[in-house]
Ligand binder design. Structure first.
Ligand SMILES: CSC[C@@H](O)[C@@H](O)C(=O)COP(=O)(O)O
Ligand SMILES: [Zn+2]
Length: 217
């Protein structure tokens, strides 16, 4: 099987799994996987499609400037520029972008801080953080309508530790060295977001300042 076909199947399986979690509402979301390093190429989802459906036109191959490398009527994802910026700056082999209610609410709640940090949580081990006092920070950027500006802004907040960026009231873009790692990171973060929101709601309900201290990220 060619490398291209292997990568296509890998991304198609991840897309199916994220679809089963209902993480592609209203045609939102986009995914990509690197096919080659030099010259650079990646498969990226076609724009505007219902990502829950599996078709032969789900992905197209693009080069470093986002131009399709083969004759196709398909358009690459509108957010291809964000993926390309992440591939340029990191060792990512696969990038996943989803809109969920939890990641949107977290992005709104923590937008003023510009980031959310998790500590004392078992699941940060999914990011290779094993120290007892280790912490995981996810930066939050504004949702610029100008997608070139948005891609630059995402690039600006990436550090060597960054594996995900939240876009305010939009969604999250997560990556890993391959499809397995990218999906692991995304699932772990959505777990942490869900936990954080439930604790925040309980804290508000109990109106107990001591309780609130224990959940502060
Ligand atoms: C339909 S709302 C979502 C889009 O605006 C965009 O943010 C998105 O995630 C999907 O865009 P796409 O061009 O299909 O990759
Ligand atoms: Zn989006």
């Amino acid at each position: 099987m060619s490398n291209l076909l292997k990568r296509w199947n890998e991304l198609a399986e991840i897309k199916d799994e994220l679809a089963a979690r209902d993480w592609f509402p209203g045609t939102s979301g986009n995914l990509s996987i690197k096919v080659s390093d030099s010259p650079f190429s990646c498969l990226v989802t076609a724009s505007g499609k219902d990502k829950r459906k599996r078709t032969d036109e789900d992905f197209l191959l693009v080069g470093a400037d986002g131009t399709p490398l083969e004759e196709t009527p398909l358009k690459p994802s509108a957010e291809t520029g964000i993926h390309l910026e992440i591939y340029r700056l990191t060792d990512a082999g696969c990038i996943l972008h989803v809109h969920t209610v939890d990641n949107n609410v977290i992005s709104a709640l923590y937008a003023e801080q510009g980031e959310i940090t998790f500590r004392g949580q078992e699941l940060i081990k999914a990011f290779g953080i094993w120290e007892e006092d280790g912490e995981l920070t996810v930066p939050i950027v504004e949702n610029h309508a100008d997608l070139k500006r948005l891609a630059k802004e995402v690039g600006r907040v990436i550090t060597p530790q960054t594996k995900a960026v939240l876009i305010r009231n939009h969604g999250i873009t997560v990556w890993g060295e391959n499809g397995f790692a990218a999906k692991k990171h995304l699932e772990a973060l959505e777990f942490l977001f869900s936990y954080q929101l439930k604790m925040a709601i309980l804290g508000r309900l109990s109106s107990d300042p001591e309780f609130m201290k224990t959940i502060h990220a």
